[in-house]
Write a protein that binds this ligand. Sequence first.
Ligand SMILES: Nc1ncnc2c1ncn2[C@@H]1O[C@H](COP(=O)(O)OP(=O)(O)OP(=O)(O)O)[C@@H](O)[C@H]1O
Length: 273
Amino acid sequence: MFWEQLKALNLDLFNITSIIDILLVAFVLYRLALLIKGTRAVQLIKGLAVLLVATALSSWLHLYTFHWLLRQTMTALVVALPIVFQPELRRALEKLGGGRFFATPAVYMAEDDRSRTVQEVVRAACVLSRTRTGALMVLERTTGLEEYMDTGTRIEGLVSAEFLVNIFVPKTPLHDGAVIIRGDRVIAAACVLPLTMNADIGKELGTRHRAGIGITEVSDALAVIVSEETGTISLAVEGVLARNLDESTLADRLNGALQLKQGRSLAFFWLRK
Ligand SMILES: Nc1ncnc2c1ncn2[C@@H]1O[C@H](COP(=O)(O)OP(=O)(O)OP(=O)(O)O)[C@@H](O)[C@H]1O
């Protein structure tokens, strides 16, 4: 039936294969873009694009010596890149082998699973707040946070409030640093995050809050911070810190921020389901 419809549309096998080909390439490029977004590989790709354009232009304008110089630089880069980016390449290959290339970020999860994750994170934050236990929980959205996960200890356990509370118990091995959550999994704990350099942030805020804000400046992640000193719960989004949140406000904001932005990657969302 489907086949006949396609024939009626005058599409031959070559065209169908081409469509599949294009879709596959688009899918792989999209996943790669997600993987490198927010990492130092982005700068590298921008640099390479500039070099490529300059090489093409120099050839077109017959600037032979300059063109020769650029070509030599490109050749040297092809040799140097695998060495410089060895950790990133290894990580990408490990992911591919471990099936994590296809892991689902929370924004692409089914509504029920996502709200369960939010519920558990909020419950953990409230318990930690009551007991004045310092905590930093990062929820990955579309930017890959692999490089920060690698600074901590891999866990890959299902998110639950009890589990999260347990991680932040003082003097236990994983309590220092941040927990990073992808979808419904705690991927890593004791992770080191970049500190914000924003001078406008209150002097009373220490490194936990600065690290929480910092990660949201270099990625689209969300950071839930519980203060050890005051027990207050804060949420950092896109470099902005909302402080003193109560349970329902935190849940609303997390749910809102994790919802798939309208019109964004709906085809991919469908693929994930
Ligand atoms: N770069 C970082 N990445 C992740 N966690 C960090 C980082 N720097 C500090 N931390 C965490 O923050 C803790 C220190 O918090 P600090 O008291 O300086 O911050 P704070 O913002 O004042 O928070 P609190 O209100 O809980 O005291 C460290 O023990 C560590 O767990």
